[in-house]
Design a protein. Structure first.
Length: 226
């Protein structure tokens, strides 16, 4: 079902989508979509507590399609927003921001290495740049927080993967996948952002030991059967 939203200038730069919601504290275990032209005053347009959220929204000059998957469909802290399409159909307020957020995360805690994966598979028309950013909020904010990684596309290009250390995570915390689109007319952009934890060396060593043990067991069984 397509949602309609009407653009309106707030303080000269903001775009209203049915009530502005600043980056304050959020409820737990929720995926939310925020949009607007001021990254500090984005408007909430959709939310879900099922671990999956998909939909579309449109105005006179811009339309978006989004798909986001998080907890409990995926294990914490994995957050996948890899089907994001922005269509611009005329002049408007640039840049346009789309923030996809998962709040209420409780694992892992402490300082961890997170992998941010970025992609842009379509870049057409009067879209001049798309900046993709991942953020972590230790205060479980609606959006925003400490930047983990960022990259800017000016054309369709290969995926970018960046590993960065998180701030000290406490329960609960939130993750944001932020899309910033620079545009001046008709254009299309298809982008994706995903966040996941990088296994610790001890976990990798334990997994390697288990695989070696499994391999030895299979070889012994084969020898017994011969």
């Amino acid at each position: 079902m397509r949602k309609n939203f009407l653009p309106a200038v707030v303080a000269g730069v903001a775009l209203a989508f049915g009530g502005l919601a600043g980056p304050g504290a959020a409820n737990a275990n929720t995926i939310s979509i925020y949009v607007g032209t001021d990254p500090n005053a984005l408007a909430l347009i959709n939310t879900s507590s099922t671990g999956f959220l998909a939909g579309t929204a449109s105005s006179t000059n811009i339309s978006i399609g989004y798909t986001a998957t998080g907890t409990p469909v995926l294990s914490q802290p994995t957050f996948d927003t890899t089907a994001i399409e922005v269509n611009t159909t005329g002049n408007g307020i640039s840049p346009f921001y789309l923030a996809i957020v998962e709040t209420g995360l409780s694992s892992p805690l402490g300082v961890n290495n997170f992998l941010s994966s970025f992609s842009n598979t379509s870049f057409q028309g009067a879209i001049s740049a798309v900046t993709l950013t991942t953020e972590i909020s230790t205060s479980n904010a609606n959006y925003g927080g400490t930047v983990l990684a960022t990259t800017t596309y000016t054309a369709s290009n290969a995926a970018v993967n960046t590993v960065a250390a998180t701030p000290t995570l406490t329960n609960p915390f939130s993750e944001t996948a932020l899309y910033e689109v620079q545009w001046s007319g008709v254009g299309v952009s298809d982008s994706g952002i995903s966040i996941s934890a990088v296994p610790e060396p001890a976990s990798l060593a334990l997994m390697g030991t288990a695989l070696l043990g499994l391999g030895g067991l299979i070889r012994r069984r084969r020898s017994n059967q011969a």
